[in-house]
Design a protein around this ligand. Structure first.
Ligand code: HEC
Length: 136
């Protein structure tokens, strides 16, 4: 009887050890490879390190964080409008047309308009009562 119990315990131990081995070897444990087409991200600015990114870093991060740029999206026209606004209101310097074209091409290519990035507004009936409402 004691021998049988000992044998059972032993086989249980062996089974556990085998199980541990198999967990380590599961393919899920291997990290997903990053898509080869995605450019690397500069750890300092967060810019996609492709094309004229260093020109953009050199001209666009003197006054504010690069985050202000990487969180923004736009067409060439929209990026140009932002640059014109900064030149008019925020003391941004003038660019020669070649430099400006390259900056805008980088921005429009890497930070183009995309699908809705904000959550949908909360429906009015789910909102708490507004204590400052003028209609009551
Ligand atoms: C001379 C200083 C200066 C430089 C250089 C500069 N900016 Fe700005 N930018 C500003 C200021 C000031 C603001 C407003 C910041 C704020 O609202 O807090 C701003 C705001 C922005 C915004 C936010 C606009 C919005 O609607 O919220 C973006 C995007 C931006 N800049 C992109 C750029 C890009 C791209 C470049 C390079 C071509 C650049 N900036 C270079 C001064 C500058």
């Amino acid at each position: 009887m004691t021998r049988l119990v000992a044998l059972l315990l032993l086989s249980l131990l062996v089974a556990c050890a085998e199980k541990d081995d198999s967990v380590e070897a599961t393919p899920e444990a291997v990290p997903e490879p990053v898509a080869a087409s995605e450019p690397a991200i500069d750890p300092v600015t967060g810019f996609k390190m492709t094309g004229d990114w260093e020109l953009v870093r050199g001209n666009c991060t003197a006054c504010h964080s690069a985050k202000l740029i990487t969180q923004q999206r736009g067409t060439s026209e929209q990026w140009l409008a932002m640059i014109r606004w900064m030149q008019k209101k925020q003391n941004l310097w003038q660019f020669d047309p070649g430099t400006e074209g390259r900056i805008i091409a980088y921005l429009a290519e890497n930070y183009p308009p995309d699908a809705a990035r904000r959550r949908a507004p909360i429906p009015p009936d789910l909102m708490p009562p507004n204590p400052y409402s003028s209609s009551n």
